[in-house]
Write a protein that binds this ligand. Structure first.
Ligand code: PMP
Length: 406
């Protein structure tokens, strides 16, 4: 078939046409999602987000981002990014092993390893890539990976990529994990777990995981995506907060949530990091992330040291808001963290509640399968240091009115 010339940028909207035959199944797939209330429209955000966010032209109080410390829209990060871009150019141009690894990336990896108090760190273009590539580099055919049932999709995909045998244990069930490890064959054993589960607001039993890893000679990898910057005296995460650094072998985190930028990292022993440089395909075969992003992330890590009151104020507010929600008889699942899931059950109920909260001026997104198991759809409240006491009042009042109304 002849190729058409590229359309001009000012072309009118294209008329709807049927899918080409080999893609016709896509229509059925979308239909099935529609029937289960699982179609997810993309909203368009305008401008910077912060305490509030402009979505599809409506200004709402923002309880729907992972910008826990309020750095995503902070001009200090924009300036740091701009300085790095001016010094090194925008694109990294190549993978880190070729010529993509610049001075700002090197400084960022050094800052991460100092923050976590480990030998070395490796920065990935995304947290997703960090998990997927690292897990696949640590285990392979003949090995066993034990994975918490509520782990993030990037962990699940890393397990699949590895070709190891994957055993899923019920969420935070240490006894089940113990049994799986006791029955393991002679290959390597790897335990993988989020530390703060992003859709459940629950915290992993880190001390127990360390104990089981030590007893069964297993590697322990934890994903601190939602805990980095928020927990721990220095903001290094839940491993720091719980004093578990010695028992955790591989620490994954993201720069994209509390640190307000983008990218992921893996940190640990210097030889582990060297191994990943030779085995983590999502790092080896991917362009290094832009120096500007590394510059902004480096500044965000400095700010963690300069502004520790942000994380303590956030966690104090989290405890208070959760208690106020529960006191109203609304089931706020999870532990005391900045993530407060309000589980409502069906996808339609979650979408309905999110719409009522939006009408009340609050952005609290509905979370549906596959992000949560069937029947556990929820609205997910993400608290940010930027929220005011008046925002908390509005949230709890609106949940009191609308979450109970069903
Ligand atoms: N791990 C967890 C637990 C996450 O929630 C996410 C992102 N939602 C990631 C990893 C991936 O991080 P990133 O967005 O930086 O790719």
């Amino acid at each position: 078939m002849a190729c058409r010339p590229a359309p001009s940028p000012d072309r009118p909207p294209r008329p709807a046409t049927p899918l080409p035959g080999p893609l016709a199944w896509v229509d059925d797939g979308l239909d099935r999602l529609r029937q289960r209330d699982l179609i997810r429209p993309r909203r368009v955000r305008s401008g910077r987000q912060g305490r509030e966010v402009d979505l599809d032209g409506r200004r709402l109080v923002n309880f729907g981002s992972n910008d826990y410390l309020g750095y995503a829209g902070d001009v200090r990060l924009t300036k740091a990014a701009s300085r790095a871009a001016c010094a090194e150019g925008f694109g990294a141009g190549a993978s880190p092993l070729v010529s993509g690894h610049g001075t700002t990336h090197a400084a960022l990896e050094d800052a991460i390893s100092r923050l976590l108090d480990v030998d070395a760190a490796l920065v990935f273009p995304s947290g997703f890539a960090a998990n997927a590539a690292t897990i696949a580099a640590l285990a392979g055919s003949g090995d066993l990976i034990c994975s918490d049932a509520r782990n993030h999709a990037s962990i699940i995909d890393g397990c699949r990529l590895s070709r190891a045998t994957v055993a899923i244990y019920p969420h935070r069930d240490l006894a089940a994990l113990d049994r799986l490890l006791a029955g393991a064959g002679p290959g390597r054993r790897l335990i993988v777990s989020d530390t703060l589960f992003s859709m459940d607001g629950t915290i992993a039993p880190l001390e127990g995981l360390c104990e089981l890893a030590a007893r069964h000679g297993a590697m322990l990898l934890v994903d601190e995506a939602h805990a980095t910057g928020v927990f721990g005296p220095r903001g290094a995460g839940l491993v720091e907060a719980r004093g578990c650094a010695d028992g955790v072998h591989v620490r994954v985190g993201t720069l994209s949530k509390a640190l307000g930028t983008a990218g992921g990292f893996v940190a640990g022993h210097r030889l582990l990091v060297q191994w990943l440089e030779h085995a983590a395909r999502g790092w080896i075969f991917s362009t290094a992330h832009p120096p500007a992003v590394a510059g902004a992330a480096l500044r965000a890590i400095e700010l963690l040291g300069e502004e520790p009151q942000r994380r303590s104020a956030l966690l104090d507010a989290a405890a208070e808001v959760r208690e106020r929600i529960v006191r109203q008889g609304i089931g706020a699942d999870g532990d005391t963290t900045q993530i407060i899931p309000v589980v409502v059950g069906s996808a339609a109920a979650a979408v309905g509640l999110a719409a009522r909260l939006s009408a009340a001026g609050l952005f609290v997104p509905a979370i549906r399968p596959p992000s949560v198991p069937e029947g556990r759809s929820l609205v997910r409240v993400s608290l940010s240091w930027l929220h005011t006491a008046a925002d908390h009042d509005r949230l709890t009042a609106a949940l009191g009115e609308h979450a109970r109304a069903g």
